[in-house]
Design a protein around this ligand. Structure first.
Ligand code: SAM
Ligand code: SF4
Ligand code: SF4
Length: 374
């Protein structure tokens, strides 16, 4: 059956604001808290808005076609600019950096950026948790140089084991074997523990839930099932295409019994389950059916330097403007502190209670995952 795409306008968050720089400057304490008492722990950095895949739930071909205008190189933050912003975030308490996109391995010389970020230390002087999410198309080729540059681990996206299903999902004819090869090479060079992310889209790849679980059971890799989200404005998301995590767990458990296990830390996005017979663990990320906004400690930096305090935000804060108008570290750091303290986002919690009108208004303006970074 042909995929039905509801066309809407693609958004890059045009209504962005340059953050106000308070006159009274403050030194970072490493202990920021937003209006819902959530700390700032995790920064996701989108290093490119380009990708060589056209996953139907992220960059559908109908929107991201040959006429699509990607950001020009001069709009992108330079590695020096990214590192400077990351350093300021780390002083505010960020301990985890994730490079993403688009496809982060398409950014030229990304290893140089990784080397620069790997030198940063947390407030307590420890190395940062430095990781990257990739579609693995270039992973076999780049794993060693990424490791040598200081990357600690990778998360790989893989939506099916069956080639026809995977090709329908990535829509560029990329084969499963090439992804599996990338995962193995990354494991061999020490980029683990590796997590594998599978976005489950009902009617498209949900028949692959149990085969994927079976394949990765007992392997060194942790498979995580992600609910298909209404991120962006181009994927034509419909609630009835979401397979709730409870159903994923039910289907796997019927074949290979599972039992719940405790979270590794507060704010962990995945709920953990292990095979009752000791065959390892899986995770489920229930962004739609069981929102985890209450513990959300993630900030996102877009490819062109806009800060988003929620994946579903409709506008960002233009940090690049502050950098390029020559603001000092103290000024930018103080502006960041004010932005985080003012944060009250909890879109996923509100999603179910929104009126249809509000939903429509918001969904036409949400920024795309490939731009903001997943
Ligand atoms: N290109 C890289 C990749 O695919 O791993 C990194 C960027 S991608 C935007 C990051 C993650 O977001 C991937 O695991 C992808 O599957 C997930 N993702 C993208 N669109 C999604 C959606 N609509 N719902 C749920 N997850 C989504
Ligand atoms: Fe590209 Fe990743 Fe989006 Fe797929 S999910 S289109 S690989 S950015
Ligand atoms: Fe965080 Fe926004 Fe997602 Fe809630 S909806 S978990 S606030 S990114």
């Amino acid at each position: 059956m042909a995929e039905k795409i509801i066309m809407m306008t693609e958004q890059r968050g045009e209504s962005n604001r340059v953050p106000a720089v308070p006159t009274s400057l403050e030194a970072p304490t490493g202990l920021l808290s937003d209006r819902l008492a959530r700390s700032l722990h995790d920064l996701r950095i989108s290093v490119t808005d380009r990708c060589n895949f056209r996953c139907v739930y992220c960059m559908p071909k109908a929107v991201f076609d040959n006429n699509y205008q990607y950001l020009p190189h001069t709009s992108l933050l330079s590695f020096e600019e990214i590192t400077r912003i990351a350093r300021l975030f780390v002083a505010h308490g960020v301990e985890k950096l994730r490079l993403t996109g688009g496809e982060p391995l398409l950014r030229k010389n990304v290893e140089r950026l990784i080397g620069m970020l790997a030198e940063l230390k947390t407030v307590s002087g420890k190395p940062l948790d430095l990781t990257l999410t990739t579609n693995a198309s270039l992973l076999a080729r780049k794993a060693q140089s990424l490791k040598d540059a200081g990357l600690q681990r990778v998360t790989v996206s893989l939506d099916a084991l069956d080639n026809d299903t995977f090709r329908r999902m990535n829509d560029v004819d990329f084969s499963v074997n090439d992804v599996l090869k990338g995962i193995d090479v990354a494991h061999q060079v020490g980029l683990g523990p590796i997590k594998i992310n599978m976005v489950v889209k009902g009617g498209m790849n949900d028949q692959e839930i149990v085969p994927m679980a079976r394949h990765f059971r007992g392997s060194p890799y942790i498979l995580r099932f992600i609910e298909y989200m209404d991120v962006g404005a181009s994927n034509g998301w419909k609630m009835d295409e979401v397979i709730p995590s409870a159903e994923v767990v039910r289907r796997i458990s019927a074949a290979m019994p599972l039992e719940p296990i405790a979270a590794n830390y507060t704010g962990e996005t995945a709920s953990r389950w292990r095979y009752a017979d000791g065959g390892g663990e899986i995770g489920v990320i229930s962004s739609v059916s069981q929102a985890f906004c209450a513990d959300c400690s993630r900030a996102r930096l877009s490819t062109e330097g806009k800060l988003y305090t929620c994946l579903f935000a409709t506008s960002g804060h233009d940090l690049r403007a502050l950098l390029r108008e020559g603001r000092s570290d103290a000024e930018i750091s103080t502006a960041l502190a004010h932005l985080w303290r003012a944060r009250s986002d909890r879109y996923s919690e509100l999603r179910t209670s929104q009126t249809e009108e509000l939903k429509r208004e918001r969904s036409a303006n949400k920024v795309e995952m490939s731009y903001i970074g997943g």
